[in-house]
Design a protein around this ligand. Structure first.
Ligand code: ADP
Ligand code: MG
Length: 664
């Protein structure tokens, strides 16, 4: 690979790592358009980043990159992509561990994809490793359990006789990736607690698989999250039986239930000499690190390490280098999981720490005991959750239900019986649409159709029949579970509100007709003193249309409001303003306002406050007013007449006085 080419690969690789997992494929397809080789190189580098099992378990990109810079893509050594090995055509690199490279290949004879494992090229020449590799294939093949991939074939490459074996291809990700991903999202507040439950179920499968292997006289010795694959369809498989060891038994003990290896493989037992350290430091049991005697409790430790990874997102020990990690494995207690993740259930923390005890006599005696502990926790949790749910279910005053996509109720809380009068059995026996008001059935069926496609329901209303023939109004919120083909629904009885609304609607209509028929002008002003509504008489009296009036405030200069003496009406003493300020009504305030054509109209105003929720602060004002222009004119005329009369009287009195004076 040229330096330029390498730089390009590295750049793409870094960019791809920035992408969300799901977007990487699309990103690479786009970025490497037309250059398949480039894409393969980047993908294999990413695959290394994902699965490479460096000594410390964190080889990071640099190690992989450095290795790749020196050699062609493909987990070290020449890439096999595109090569034919017998009936297998190599498609891509699935992963590479400490020992091997795993390729995705096409079996052209059977027409299926398979995984093909071979030794890493730098290990391929070592006889003892070849023997161990063959042994790994045989042990894996003989361990027949749903938690272990079936081996299809053990073969040798036609050209150099290197061994390889083929097995079921499991599409998915490693338990390490799943646990890290879960904890990343947990910290970001985006994780679903169900994910943790499913990681724990996977863990139980791992424990059962290991217990099975123990029952066949095999210990794994390299249990860690990266050696567990979680398939996209719920498969959980324990991989990599390359370090597996036959439990020390004499040949006589090898009954039919024990693994039987042929001579070559049986000799392989000596490959794992006592005193030789094998495994991955971050997950390694102390006795393994010390090169001591090993038994199935070593695997119990490995299971504890996997559990630690699930509940905290990291292995039990971390350090600056391998020897630092090993020193901690031998001398230090792991950080209690609850210090790394405070939500860790106490029972799981206790089980994990017990499995990780330095002295194996303090651990669980076998994988089955740990399984039992975890399953007990799961059962206790399940019951607790169920009881909690039952309590809410039975306590709720709302009507709770679980209904099937088939149109039948599956479970109802006691509120249904109380509200509708039908028993749960009666309600479950017939399609629920039967109980719905005929006018609401079509809309309900339509809502249900939306739920079936995964949409939520909020604020949906319909009427349900009661046993006595009446109907109750329900307000629904519901969420579907498409996987379970169920709808979880919550109905709130809103019959009372509906009836009140009806009464209000009826009385509002009556009220409106009274108001509009009134001779008096009525206007409604909001808290800002702006007109919000008015009746026809108001429009007539002030000579404005409703549209012109709405929005005008009580102090709008266009009113050109005056007092009886003809002076401008002060803003602060206008009735609406006063009532808004004080909360007190005003009555019979006389005001002159000018119509748009300039004509002066006299009105007498009463104002009443409208109080808000607190009953203290006015939220508006109702002002009623009558046209008193006519009265004012009459009064004026009367005043003039009186004045005239007074004038006449004065004149008469003047004349009389004059006459008297003359007479005297
Ligand atoms: N059957 C398989 N299907 C899909 N991916 C696999 C399969 N076997 C192994 N892998 C991938 O390859 C990686 C390394 O495999 P492993 O058997 O652990 O190799 P090693 O012995 O070198 O550690 C695994 O972590 C996994 O990502
Ligand atoms: Mg491995």
């Amino acid at each position: 690979m040229t330096p330029e080419r390498w730089q390009k690969v590295e750049k793409l690789c870094n960019a791809a790592l920035e992408c969300e997992g799901s977007q990487r494929v699309a990103f690479l397809a786009q970025a490497c358009q037309g250059d398949d080789e480039l894409r393969r190189e980047v993908e294999s580098l990413l695959a290394r980043e994902k699965t490479a099992e460096g000594f410390l378990q964190s080889p990071a990109l640099e190690i992989a990159a450095a290795a790749l810079a020196k050699m062609p893509a493909g987990g070290g050594g020449p890439s096999l992509v595109g090569r034919d090995m017998g009936c297998y055509q190599i498609l891509s690199l699935l992963g590479a561990g400490g020992m091997g490279r795993i390729w995705l290949a096409r079996d052209s004879e059977l027409g299926r994809d398979i995984a093909l494992k071979e030794l890493r090229p730098e290990k391929a020449g070592v006889d003892v490793l070849q023997t161990r590799f063959v042994r790994e294939a045989r042990i894996t093949a003989q361990l027949e359990h749903p938690g272990i991939v079936p081996v299809y074939e053990l073969g040798r490459r036609p050209d150099d006789q290197q061994p390889f074996y083929t097995m079921r291809f499991v599409k998915g990700r490693t338990l390490t990736e799943a646990a890290q991903d879960y904890h990343r999202r947990r910290i970001a507040g985006e994780a679903d607690s169900l994910e943790f439950v499913s990681l724990m179920s996977a863990f139980v499968t791992v424990c059962n698989t290991v217990a099975y292997a123990h029952s066949r006289g095999i210990i794994h010795r390299d249990l860690k999250g990266q050696n567990v694959l979680l398939g996209d369809f719920g498969q959980v498989v324990v991989l990599d039986w390359g370090l597996a060891k036959l439990l020390d038994r004499s040949e006589d003990d090898l009954d039919s239930s024990s693994i039987v290896l042929d001579r070559e493989a049986a000799e392989g037992r000596d490959l794992t000499l006592q005193g030789q350290m094998i495994g991955t430091p971050a997950y390694m049991a102390p006795e393994q690190a010390a090169g001591d005697f090993i038994d199935q409790r070593t695997d119990v430790y490995g299971l504890g390490a996997i559990l630690y990874e699930i509940i905290t997102g990291q292995p039990p020990f971390k350090g600056s280098d391998a020897s630092d990690v090993l020193r901690k494995v031998l001398n230090e207690d792991p950080v209690p999981p609850s210090q790394l993740c405070k939500e860790v259930p106490a029972a799981l923390e206790a089980a994990c720490l017990r499995a990780l005890k330095k002295d194996r006599v303090n651990r669980y005696a076998g994988a089955a005991d740990l399984t039992y502990e975890i399953q007990t926790w799961q059962e206790v949790e399940r019951r607790r959750a169920e009881e909690e749910l039952d309590r809410f279910f039975n306590l709720s005053l709302d009507l709770l239900c679980i209904a099937g996509f088939d149109g039948h109720f599956k479970r109802l809380n006691p509120s249904w019986e109380r509200v509708l009068g039908y028993t749960s059995q009666e309600l479950c026996a017939r399609p629920f649409l039967d109980f719905i008001h005929p006018d609401d059935r079509a809309a309900t069926a339509q809502e249900l159709a939306k739920l079936v496609t995964g949409a939520k329901t909020i604020f949906f209303e319909n009427r349900y029949a009661c046993k006595d023939g009446s109907y109750r109004w329900f307000l629904w919120t519901a969420i579907p579970s498409v996987k379970e083909q169920l709808v979880y629904g919550n109905a709130h009885d809103i019959t009372h509100r509906k009836r009140t609304e009806e009464v209000v609607r009826g009385s509002e209509q009556r009220y409106r007709s009274v108001i509009s028929a009134m001779q008096e002008g009525i206007i409604l002003l909001d808290a800002d003193g702006a007109i919000r509504a008015c009746n026809a008489s108001a429009e007539r009296i002030v000579g404005l249309s409703g549209d012109q009036m709405i929005g005008r405030t009580a102090v709008d200069p266009r009113w050109r409001a005056i007092q009886e003496d003809g002076s401008p009406f002060p803003d602060e003493t206008r009735p609406a303003v006063k009532t808004l300020r004080t909360g007190k009504p005003c009555s019979n305030v006389v005001m002159g306002v000018h119509k748009p054509d300039g004509e002066l109209t006299w009105i007498s105003i009463n104002s009443q406050p409208l109080f808000g929720d607190d009953g203290k602060t006015p939220a508006g004002v109702v002002a009623s007013f009558s046209d008193i222009t006519e009265r004012k004119h009459t009064e004026e005329r009367l005043r003039q007449t009186i004045a005239e009369l007074e004038g006449l009287k004065k004149e008469r009195r003047g004349l009389l006085n004059h006459d008297r004076a003359e007479l005297s």
